[in-house]
Design a protein around this ligand. Structure first.
Ligand code: ATP
Length: 414
């Protein structure tokens, strides 16, 4: 057995059905004489006594061959990826899937590029990872169940609450690890070991410029999903990462940190990540927002939502004290979440009224009613309906009869 091995016996934080599944998978590995390991975040969180349910499974051998054996024994379906020596096992009778990975070595042909992968031992596989605390594995096949593989002393760093890279070129090879380090530091209140911290320097930060927008955005998305995202954003800003992403990317306004932690109060879909970007870019110039959105490879919907926030915030002074129908007209084509975010920072009550009441207001009259009255469908239809709606919104109508009377007047004008 390799250095640093020890048996882990406390699996009490895994749901019993997950542990059963793990044992079933392990029995197939044992029958095939394939060393099988759970790795990475699973081991880290298990040792930290956090609840764990997602497995990262690594086989020292052929993961596709192993996946086929699982399907033969338990059913389900396998999607193999020959190129990466991985497979996805679609478990029987559920929509759940499990990733099966072949232990591998990685070589980086250029800083910031994606690595070239070749099959290897579990220990090699651990040596390609980001931090010592993520570079542990627990072997689970047969009599090996619970054997900890810890060649890089991750367990000691975990106990000392330290984030440490595995080698000095780690951040240059892959600067997404800088963001990962900041996330673990903030999530677990760990400390970046001094030599590791000093490796976040101009050399590694400059490689961030070469990362694709998609890879950077993925890292930022993950930050927004964290409970301590404010602390992480502050740290990333102070380390000078934002400027390397885009020269116009500002520090996150600390006045807005509080809104990252909001509890949804309305029936509109909330996304911490979307709210995060909206708050971050809201006070920028339009051109800068669009340029940053391109750099981060935002979808057109996301770009529109972020842009809408900045536009709405800028137009608030012109809308204040308007009638509800005017507010509604200004807001009706904007994403609901964008309106909500502007409400958060401005506390303009009309925005909340729009989101909770005004947007649901409709006249009793419908297009079919107008047709039944002999009107030919056309733009005038829409005009009549919106005039009725505006009258309801502004309190000019209070009963169905009043609406009928108004409708008669409008039809006569036609
Ligand atoms: P989290 O709780 O943040 O999801 P995790 O450890 O499960 O943590 P994943 O992103 O799912 O994180 O990655 C799984 C494992 O793969 C990590 O524990 C780490 O060992 C390894 N890993 C992930 N990203 C990298 C990277 N950029 N460089 C090296 N190893 C990585």
């Amino acid at each position: 057995m390799t250095t640093g091995s020890r048996f882990i016996t406390d699996f009490g934080l895994i749901l019993p059905e997950r542990l059963d599944l793990l044992k079933q998978i392990a029995s197939v590995a044992a029958s095939q004489s394939l060393p099988l390991f759970v790795v990475g975040g699973f081991v880290r969180d298990l040792l930290l006594h956090h609840s764990v349910n997602d497995f990262d499974l690594v086989v020292e051998g052929d993961a596709i061959h192993f996946g086929n054996a699982l399907v033969r024994k338990y059913g389900g379906k396998l999607t193999p990826h020959q190129k990466f020596h991985t497979a996805i096992w679609h478990l029987p009778n559920t929509s759940e899937t499990l990733d099966l990975i072949t232990a591998r070595k990685e070589t980086y042909l250029a800083p910031g590029a994606l690595p070239t992968v070749t099959p290897a031992t579990m220990e090699d596989d651990l040596r390609r990872r980001d931090f010592t605390v993520n570079a542990m594995a627990i072997r689970i096949d047969g009599g090996h169940f619970g054997e900890l593989l810890d060649p890089l002393n991750g367990r000691a760093d975990l106990e000392n609450k330290i984030i440490r890279v595995l080698h000095p070129k780690s951040f240059v090879e892959d600067p997404t690890r800088i963001f990962r380090a900041i996330r673990y530091e903030g999530r677990y209140s760990f400390t970046l070991e001094p030599a590791t911290l000093s490796l976040i320097n101009s050399e590694s930060i400059s490689v961030i410029m070469r990362l694709s927008g998609e890879r950077i955005r993925h890292e930022l998305d993950l930050v927004f999903e964290e409970e301590n995202s404010s602390q992480m954003l502050l740290r990333a800003g102070k380390l000078g990462l934002f400027n390397a992403i885009h020269p116009k990317l500002p520090m996150f306004n600390p006045d807005y940190f509080v809104f990252l932690e909001i509890d949804p109060i309305l029936d509109i879909p909330m996304s911490r990540m979307e709210i995060g970007y909206m708050l971050w870019f809201m006070d920028l110039m339009e051109d800068d927002i669009l340029s940053i959105a391109r750099r981060l490879d935002f979808s057109s919907d996301m770009t529109h939502s972020v842009w809408a926030v900045s536009q709405l915030k800028k137009s608030l002074p012109f809308l204040v004290n308007s009638r509800p129908s005017v507010w509604s007209l200004a807001l009706e084509n904007l994403p609901l979440l964008s309106i909500y975010v502007v409400y958060l920072v401005s506390r303009e009550s009309a925005l909340l009224d729009y989101l909770s009441i005004w947007r649901h207001v409709k006249p009793h009259t419908t297009g079919d009613d107008l047709k039944a009255r002999g009107l030919t469908p056309g733009p005038r239809f829409g005009e009549i309906l919106s005039q009725l709606r505006a009258a309801w919104l502004d309190g000019d109508l209070e009963s169905a009869q009043q609406e009928q009377d108004m409708l008669e007047r409008l039809i006569k004008l036609n």
